[in-house]
Write a protein that binds this ligand. Sequence first.
Ligand code: MN
Length: 212
Amino acid sequence: MTLVKYKEKRNFDNTPEPEGKVKRGKHDLIFVVQRHHASHLHYDFRLELDGTLKSWAIPKGPSLNPADRRLAMQVEDHPISYATFEGDIPTGNYGAGHVDVWDHGTYTPEDEHQQPITAAQFAKNLEAGSIKFTIKGRHLKGSFALVKFKGEDKSWLLIKHKDQYATQEPYNSEDYAKKSSLEYTRKRAAKKAAVPKAIATKKVAKKAIKKS
Ligand code: MN
């Protein structure tokens, strides 16, 4: 049932994204962060739970600096197979743009004392709007919290706890983005900049024709 929204939003004849299904496993729970340049650039933060990926869109990207409280908008659950998805979502489709995996690994659900808890307890905490977990990734490491705004439906904050992986320095996830991701964004910006110029050139050309 939990992938209903995911499927409603997509036409799998027109997008290379996986259709996927609910898939429960006995392995360590996975996490993935995907850099998604759709209409706006954002980072999709996903935690495996109960056979799907619980998902949040983070406009500024995750941070290892505990002073940063990154807004995370909860979005529809994604299938586990989405964790390895990279590529272009064609124009006209939901989330059209480019997706790259920015970080991936495993995570441990924890209680407020950073002690491991069961997935079932973690699911209850998620429902209650406050989860804690330790991540083992390439860029993201250590203890984090995701906390829902009181009285809000979908707005959460991703917060890094102070530990040996935390930094006091300004953290920009774009500094760790793949070359191909940055290249896509650069090309798109160049294209956008070229459009007004092309229109201006046409207008000048039209005027020139009228005058002659
Ligand atoms: Mn997205």
